[in-house]
Design a protein around this ligand. Structure first.
Ligand SMILES: *Cc1c(COP(=O)(O)O)cnc(C)c1O
Length: 392
């Protein structure tokens, strides 16, 4: 032990990834044309790999308010929320969120990842049971692991399986049960039957945590996501780094739940409050989003058109019904080849490989934004068609 190279585990892990064609690297990108294009290695690409679904990251009012709040309140918020980091802008934004969702309360958290991992482990302990969809985002899994609760995953979107696990759980002695689902799944772009899941959770007296990361801003009444009107959701989690164009996360819940999190949630308590610029950006995004009803409707039509065009080209798009469209290839190497070929055609659409998705389900993950033009989309479809012709 004492003579062993203490870093050899790192070499082993990296070499293993390399051998599987799964080693990842960071590459710098420069946003251009309001972020709809990016510059990578000196080449300008249309960006089909961002979560900026409404293009708000470059919206003039979002930027203006971020700058205004910075000027007035400073670059940082100086402390954690319970010390002196709750400025009036934090408080007002939480009230605005609660009002928008017609719920008692909202709590800001520093990111979706942080929110999921810390809230779930605050709601449960080693005497609890967590039932999560098999395709749950890694941040939700981290929360479940951290809680030391019994953790079971139900088959993806499978209500029967969930019910079976709930029935079985009722015969055991868990102090509480927490059901976790997303509304739109990040790698497949499909949706969960969130209303039915909520009915089951209520029937079995389980808590329900819903991660609305990819629906917020894009789907639902006034763009408030796919669970804002679903009764029985104990915590509705949204991220502000995706369609809201900024950063951070919000949890919408009852006043009592908020009090509990403020007092017991380590990932809320022991971290510096979101900076004024971010609060300003979220504040502006919340003013803009409800008014985009017509734009959203047009966007939804555009999504259907693009998905159909991709299918017509001969590619499978899985169970996607949203702006996240996987072009499922299967083989890792081939998927990487298509991604680099698309890049030569001026398109950024990243390859997603295991372990992010199951083995043999590697894919090109396309995310559409309201700001993609017909020209951008034509370029994508033409490139996919040309690749198909070249290989079949
Ligand atoms: C992106 C994402 C998160 C993490 O949100 P961040 O604010 O980026 O940390 C959590 N859950 C899901 C489903 C996501 O897609």
């Amino acid at each position: 032990m004492s003579n062993q190279d203490k870093h050899s585990f790192i070499d082993d892990a990296l070499n293993d990834r390399e051998a599987r064609n799964q080693l990842r690297h960071l590459i710098p990108y420069d946003p251009e044309e309001d972020g709809m294009k990016v510059r990578k290695n000196g080449k300008t690409l249309v960006n089909f790999s961002s979560n900026d679904y409404l293009g708000l990251s470059h919206h003039p009012e979002v930027i203006r308010r971020a700058a205004e709040f910075t000027k007035q309140y400073g670059a940082g918020s100086q402390a954690s929320r319970l010390i002196s980091g709750t400025y009036e802008i934090h408080q007002r934004l939480e009230e605005k969120l609660a009002d928008a969702f017609s719920k008692e309360a909202a709590l800001l958290l520093n990111s979706g990842f942080q929110a999921n991992s810390t809230i779930i482990s605050t709601l449960t302990d080693r005497h609890s049971l967590i039932l999560a969809d098999k395709f749950s985002h890694n941040s939700l899994l981290q929360g479940a692991l951290l809680s030391r609760a019994t953790f079971q995953r139900y088959e993806h979107n499978d209500l029967n399986h969930l019910q079976k696990l709930l029935t079985r759980a009722n015969e055991q002695h868990y102090n509480r049960i927490l059901v976790i689902t997303e509304t739109v799944f990040s790698m497949d772009g499909d949706r969960s039957p969130v209303e039915e899941i909520s009915e089951l959770a209520q029937k079995y007296n389980a808590l329900l945590f819903v991660d609305d990361a990819h629906a917020a801003g894009v789907w639902g009444r006034k763009g408030l996501g796919l669970a804002s009107d679903v009764p029985g959701v104990d915590i509705l989690l949204g991220t502000c780094g995706k369609a809201l164009g900024a950063f951070g996360a919000y949890a919408v819940c009852s006043g009592k739940m908020k009090d509990y999190l403020v007092n017991f949630c380590p990932g809320f308590i022991y971290t510096t409050a979101l900076p004024p610029a971010v609060i300003g950006a979220i504040d502006a995004a919340l003013d803009i989003i409800p008014g985009l009803e017509n734009e959203r409707r047009a966007f939804h039509d555009k999504i259907i058109g693009v998905r159909q065009a991709i299918k017509d080209t001969g590619f499978a798009t899985g169970s996607s019904t949203t702006q996240i469209i996987p072009v499922i290839i299967g083989d890792d190497r081939k998927t990487l080849n298509i991604a680099s070929w698309l890049e030569e055609q001026g398109i950024l659409a990243t390859a997603i490989r295991p372990p992010t998705v199951p083995e043999q389900s590697s894919r090109i993950r396309i995310t559409l934004s309201m700001k993609h033009t017909d020209e951008h989309i034509k370029q994508l479809i033409t490139a996919l068609k040309a690749w198909r012709r070249g290989t079949s």
